[in-house]
Write a new protein. Structure first.
Length: 338
């Protein structure tokens, strides 16, 4: 794939009114999701649930791409059609999670670095052949009074940049995901400081590794208060702080920023994205790459029953549409009743 093609895919991923579905939960994570609705975590049940999402009528109206897990990208639907083809036929770009998870960072208590660079070049070549046109790598940055350390921020920035360079070599658009975690009692101001430091290090590393930003998507946290903060920031403050942080750190050559929901509720994630786009006049597309914030109600509506598939798909279509509206600042909470 040429540079022009990488740029074309990246722009398609953040097309107006659209965002990305994160359906790349590891087997352990999706087991927790399924157990919450009393469904056994078998390969068939995992496949059935994800196929329900992918076969939702009109999925391509508001979903540009889906991040898949290694198991899912290799699976066929119940009728034998590869799930990758189901997405392609719906006009949705298949993507793949390629990191191997956050592991303890040596010499830095309470901090992590994401692993998975070994063998990545060969894995990316295989994923491209299967149909993946973008990939995702997540780094996690924790906040306490004492961390993050510059060491942890730089270690993760370096790994993200190595990954991104390998992706573009393999003709795959990299989603770089530096997630400043919501865990803790920190204020939104503290989250903003850490987010800015993290993004500054990330873009310095991407530059050093000769990553073409026009063919790269950023998937960051929003600047929110910690989950246990006594006085959490409201929607407008979150929007203003997030945009301020990104104007200070993210080059205008990045085509789009697809926010993760990171523990926010479905409504919160949509409202925050909407408030940011309502501010407007930004150099990048502000979009979404949500997992739970697109799926929580859908999973509950399905409940593991084939008889509930249509109802669950309606719920998923609704959440996708709400976030599609938030892409232009046209979302309103009153639309949730409809």
């Amino acid at each position: 794939m040429s540079q022009r093609e990488l740029i074309s895919v990246a722009n398609a991923m953040v097309a107006p009114g659209k965002g990305i579905l994160a359906a790349d939960e590891s087997t352990g994570t999706i087991e927790k999701r399924l157990s919450s609705i009393h469904v056994e975590c078998t390969e068939d049940n995992r496949r059935d649930y994800r196929e329900l999402l992918f076969r939702t009528a009109g999925i391509g109206d508001h979903i540009s791409g889906v991040i898949l897990y290694d198991e899912t990208i290799r699976q066929n639907g119940a009728d034998g059609t590869p799930l990758v083809k189901v997405l392609q036929d719906a006009g949705v770009i298949p993507g793949i999670k390629v990191d191997m998870g956050a592991k303890a960072l040596p010499g830095a208590e309470g901090e992590t670095v994401t692993e998975g660079l070994d063998g990545l070049r060969d894995r990316l070549a295989e994923y491209y052949q299967i149909g993946a046109r973008f990939a995702k790598w997540r780094a996690t940055i924790s906040i306490t009074d004492d961390i993050p350390s510059t060491y942890a921020i730089n270690a993760n920035a370096h790994a993200l940049a190595r990954y991104a360079a390998l992706c573009q070599e393999a003709s795959i658009v990299p989603i770089v995901e530096p997630e400043v975690l919501m865990d803790g009692s920190h204020t939104a101001a503290r989250c903003q400081d850490v987010t800015e430091a993290t993004l500054t290090a990330l873009f310095a590393a991407l530059d050093e590794h000769r990553v073409m930003l026009e063919g790269t998507i950023l998937k960051p946290n929003m600047v929110v208060s910690g989950a246990d903060c006594a006085n959490p920031a409201g929607v407008q403050e979150v929007a203003e702080r997030t945009i301020e942080a990104f104007k200070r750190t993210v080059p205008s050559t990045v085509p789009g920023i697809c926010f993760l929901s990171g523990g926010q509720s479905e409504i919160e994630a949509t409202a925050h994205l909407n408030a940011m786009n309502a501010i407007g006049n930004l150099p990048w597309q502000l979009s979404f790459s949500y997992g739970r914030a697109l799926q929580a109600s859908t999973l509950k509506a399905w409940g593991g029953s084939a008889g509930n598939v249509a109802q669950a798909q309606d719920v998923f279509a609704h959440r996708s549409k709400m976030n599609g509206l938030a892409r232009t600042g046209d979302y309103n909470a009153s639309l949730e009743v409809a």
